[in-house]
Design a protein around this ligand. Structure first.
Ligand code: F6P
Length: 549
């Protein structure tokens, strides 16, 4: 840690101690311009930070921290194709995937844009063939169902986008997502499908991931049992960086859509991993998503730090995580279509910044990524919002909504929006004892009965939220939102000094699973291991060996 960042952290801690308990009601009363001062408008996109537990001085000190950590320089390093993913010795250039301008983007001295555009052109042609019905299955039937087989970034991103924008999809071309090695998911999906009309997209950056390889092999067996080996060519395509493994699986490299090692899994929906998006929604929608991502990139790259949305979201997150000690962060879209957004952002944030050592291998000195979680509103209100309002933890929340719906059912959207606005207000301002007493008295309660209820009915308030509002949930806006969060995570990773683009923490479990797997076979003599794992394994072996099992 440099002495400049050290000083910036210390200044923030001193500032926190000076502020003491922060009252949002008081901050709003003291500054009539607080809403305007603490919100950003990017076209139709409003990002309201005013209900966060901070002052202008807090932001000033956070911006000092960003400058001391050289956020702007790291951002330029990313765009310059430097190998900022140091532990994997790779560049980080997902921004090139959505770059729509004529400028080159270099990696190892080569402009990557011609290759990016060439893959996009192939995706466009293929999506058109499938969607127009000119691509036929082995029996001559058109494709009606696309099954994306992938996991992690090869599943969550495209799945989230397809669900979010399903209102733009054609009903006769459905998208399915199979990720889990639990065969229950694939079996339930296949049970609804006709092999003659099904196209499998095997999406895997490495093409070695156990879950994906198992699901792809089972899907292949299902298809060939119905249509024969020769049908594979018409019903399987691959998205990968590993052409050799794709060919070994039996998919013609001609039917492989490539991408590059400088695209991290959780940042890959903009690459050919988005093929299922282009198939389900149409290539123009996929392009509009890229346009949205690019719009946010230009904002991130050019806006001054103090008006820079990803920078501000990142800094506010740092304030909660490191200075106020909040360990979780809730993403609460008031939009059922964004049901999978929390899961996507969970991988984005926790796999990127869930690290305990810095780039140079030394321990990080402060807490890194929060636990990211969430569910759509209003559902969450009837489940876990109790804790958000009256629990002992402060959980900073993001509330998101579109001003306009894409359905024509009257009465729904106004109620949805009223609930979003009400929650932000209730979290921030709560309900104090005096009001609770007055309400109970008005309801006819007196004396001990009234007093006994008061503490239960008080809402302490000062529970922070950031509200993000936009006109409609369309591909362009979704692209902006995803890129907004990607860059927020980037900013935080730079400030913590970690490599946000590796994921070594997922490896040990994979390694041990490979070692345990043979010991599940009935004839195996299990290798010695710790008493708990050995006991669990023995129990499973016994149950699996029971007559009739
Ligand atoms: O195990 C973690 C991970 O490597 C993620 O980072 C990635 O998104 C996912 O697995 C899938 O990897 P692949 O696309 O190589 O199958």
């Amino acid at each position: 840690m440099s002495s400049a960042t050290d000083a910036a952290w210390k200044a923030l801690e001193a500032h926190r101690d000076e502020l003491g308990r922060i009252s949002l009601a008081r901050l709003f009363a003291e500054d009539p311009d607080r809403f305007a001062r603490f919100s950003l408008v990017l076209d139709d996109l409003l990002i309201d930070l005013s209900k966060n537990l901070l002052t202008a001085e807090t932001l000033r000190l956070l911006l000092d921290l960003a400058r001391a950590a050289e956020v702007e320089a790291w951002r330029e390093r990313m765009w310059a194709g430097e190998r900022i993913n140091t532990t994997e010795d790779r560049a980080v250039l997902h921004v090139a995937l959505r770059h729509r301008g004529p400028e080159p983007i270099f990696c190892d001295g080569r402009d990557v844009m011609p290759e990016v555009r060439a893959v996009l052109a192939r995706m466009k042609a293929f999506a058109h063939e499938v969607r127009s019905g000119s691509w036929r299955g082995a029996t001559g039937a058109p494709i009606t169902d696309v099954v994306n087989i992938g996991i992690g970034g090869s599943d969550l991103g495209p799945q989230m986008v397809c669900r979010a924008l399903a209102h733009l999809a054609r009903p006769d071309l459905r998208a399915h997502f199979v990720s889990n090695v639990d065969g229950a998911q694939l079996a339930a999906t296949l049970a609804r499908l006709d092999p003659a009309r099904t196209l499998f997209v095997v999406a895997s950056k490495t093409f070695t991931t156990q879950e994906t390889m198992q699901n792809a092999a089972s899907a292949r067996a299902w298809l060939t049992a119905a249509l024969g080996e020769a049908a594979v060519a018409r019903h399987f395509v691959a998205v990968s960086t590993n052409a050799r493994a794709v060919a070994a699986f039996g998919i013609d490299p001609e039917r492989m859509f490539g991408f590059w090692d400088w695209v991290g899994g959780r940042y890959s929906l903009w690459s050919a991993i988005g093929l299922s998006i282009a198939l389900h929604l149409g290539f123009e929608r996929f392009e509009a998503l890229l346009e949205g991502g690019w719009a946010m990139d230009r904002h991130f790259r050019t806006a001054p730090l103090e008006r820079n949305a990803p920078v501000l979201l990142g800094l506010v997150g740092i304030w909660y995580r490191d200075i106020l000690g909040c360990s979780t962060h809730a993403v609460l879209p008031y939009d059922q279509r964004l049901e999978r957004l929390p899961a996507h952002l969970q991988q984005l944030d926790m796999e990127s910044n869930g690290k305990r050592v810095r780039r140079d291998g030394r321990p990080v000195e402060r807490p890194t990524a929060p636990v990211v979680w969430g569910e759509p509103g209003t559902n969450g209100q009837h489940a876990f919002f109790q804790l958000l309002h009256q629990g002992t933890e402060i959980v900073p929340c993001d509330l998101l909504a579109a001003a306009l719906p894409d359905h024509d059912l009257p009465g729904h959207h106004e109620k949805l929006l009223a609930n979003l606005l009400a929650q932000g207000e209730a979290l921030a301002f709560g309900k104090d004892e005096a009001r609770v007493r007055a309400e109970l008295a008005a309801a006819g309660l007196t004396g001990d009965a009234l007093e006994a209820l008061v503490p239960h009915k008080v809402f302490p308030g000062d529970r922070p939220s950031t509200t993000i509002l936009f006109r409609r949930l369309d591909p362009f806006t979704l692209g902006r939102l995803i890129a907004l969060y990607e860059h927020k995570v980037f900013v935080q990773g730079v400030i913590w000094g970690i490599d946000s683009f590796d994921q070594w923490g997922v490896e040990l479990g994979k390694e041990l699973a490979a070692r345990i797997l043979p010991d599940l076979a009935p004839e195996a003599t299990p290798a010695p291991r710790d008493p708990s794992t050995a006991g669990q394994l023995a129990h499973l072996r016994r149950l699996r060996a029971e007559p009739g099992a």
